[in-house]
Design a protein around this ligand. Structure first.
Ligand SMILES: *Cc1c(COP(=O)(O)O)cnc(C)c1O
Ligand SMILES: [Zn+2]
Length: 419
């Protein structure tokens, strides 16, 4: 199986371009990477992965941010706004409270547009320039559109974003709007938006930059590489487990790919690969259902609901890449209620870390798995927080303290404070 941790490095096919090619994860068909636009396999419609003749080693990495990892990417540089190099925060109180050996928060909200989507876009928009396409498009629960709008305009390209009407947090629409994207508000959910934009892409109307695009996931691999380097330098070992929110399962797939490539390169022992642990909201948990049922395919959920709008997704397109990732690393998937998500958002905030609701799902999931004994007390864990607090100011205000009206004079304020 091509997605197994112990898979051999494949032979370099004739259609490789400077040691880079695309390969179907279902049937193994290979394609030239930049000759034409392609998102899935011509033969079987399976998902594609980028493959390399030369695998990366830790010694090859130099510089800072996503492009530090150029040796693990299809280009040496990209359309960049200094993405990556995000903090790996210590959270001593939360670590104690959850009860694990070590807990670190990889805060992807500290990227230029406030989410990890920037890591995918710096690579994806670079590929778009290589292909010579004029118009970029995505369906989005918000953050993909913000990142696409920023990177597209940085690259001098027109951008089109399809959003579910009324379901996108205020900060995200504001970003897409100011960075100059055309915003199409669709009277349907995210999955409907993705169906439409995929059809537009198929008809050649735009270049698709959802995580179905295999190049975006290459950029997102660097989250995993940064976490490993951070743990190696602070603890001398890689983490036992990485817990992350799951929407379309792009990150789950990307982290798994980063680890597979390191294993193939002989840089990481198969037994040391962190357990990938996905967290979904109870109202949108098709991946959790598939993992718990041992299913090979994910059943599409037509009605999804959660206040964690970034993971309000019923049909995770990257499931065929992510399910093997969770299983092969001995990880798991768990769902959490919206109430627990909000509590975890407050927990993080009390350590000074401001995240949007979807991000807090990772911490809520870790708490649940720790309480169930599935996560052991001697584990070193990294939780991924995917987006910044300011992305969803309404959710933050609802989760936080109410403001208190006071008179407009010092005596009045003092009197109020002493009450
Ligand atoms: C996109 C997004 C997710 C979902 O990530 P996937 O890679 O699609 O699973 C989670 N949280 C936030 C904040 C996001 O923007
Ligand atoms: Zn195929």
């Amino acid at each position: 199986m091509s997605l197994s941790l112990s898979a051999d490095q494949p032979d370099v096919p004739a259609d490789a371009d400077e040691g880079v090619w695309l390969e179907c994860i279902e049937c193994g068909e290979t394609f030239a990477p930049f000759a034409d636009v392609r998102y899935t396999c011509d033969d079987c419609d399976g998902l594609l992965e980028v493959r390399y003749a030369d695998l990366p080693t830790f010694d090859d990495f130099e510089g800072e941010g996503v492009w530090r990892y150029a040796d693990a990417l299809p280009f040496d540089d990209g359309v960049s706004i200094q993405e990556g190099a995000t903090p790996l925060y210590e959270v001593p109180r939360l670590e104690d409270d959850v009860g694990v050996e070590a807990l670190r928060i990889k805060h992807e909200g500290m990227n230029p547009t406030g989410s990890f989507k920037d890591r995918g876009m710096t690579v994806g928009v670079r590929v778009a320039t290589e292909l010579g396409v004029g118009r970029l498009a995505c369906a989005s629960t918000g953050n993909t559109s913000a990142a696409l709008a920023a990177y597209g305009s940085r690259g001098g390209m027109e951008t089109l974003v399809l959003l579910p009407a009324g379901k996108v947090a205020a900060g995200k629409i504001a970003q897409a709007s100011l960075h100059g994207a055309r915003i199409l508000e669709v009277d349907g959910n995210f999955d409907a938006c993705l169906d439409i934009v995929q059809e537009l892409a198929r008809q050649g109307e735009a270049y698709l930059l959802n995580s179905l695009n295999p190049f975006r996931l290459e950029g997102q691999k660097t989250i995993g590489l940064e976490i490993l380097e951070g743990f190696l330098s602070d603890y001398g070992t890689v983490p036992d487990r990485i817990v992350l929110p799951v929407g379309n399962a792009g990150n789950t797939s990307a982290l798994y790919k980063a680890f597979r490539e390191l294993v193939q390169a002989g840089e990481l022992d198969e037994s040391d690969v962190p357990k990938l642990t996905g967290v979904q909201a109870e109202g949108a948990a098709p991946m959790v259902e598939a993992i718990q049922n041992g299913a090979d395919e994910v059943r599409r959920w037509d009605d999804v609901e959660t206040r964690a709008t970034a993971i309000r997704i019923g049909n995770p397109v990257n499931a065929p890449k992510a399910l093997p990732g969770i299983r092969e690393t001995d990880g798991t998937a768990v769902s959490v209620s919206d109430e627990r998500i909000t509590e975890a958002q407050r927990d993080l905030a009390s350590e000074g870390i401001g995240v949007e609701p979807a991000s807090a799902a990772s911490v809520a999931g870790l708490r649940k798995l720790r309480a169930e004994g599935i996560v052991a007390d001697d584990e070193r864990v990294a939780c991924l927080t995917t987006g910044h607090l300011l992305k969803d100011p309404d959710a933050a205000a609802a989760a936080g303290r109410d403001s208190e009206p006071v008179p407009a004079d010092t005596d009045g304020v003092l009197e109020y404070l002493r009450e």
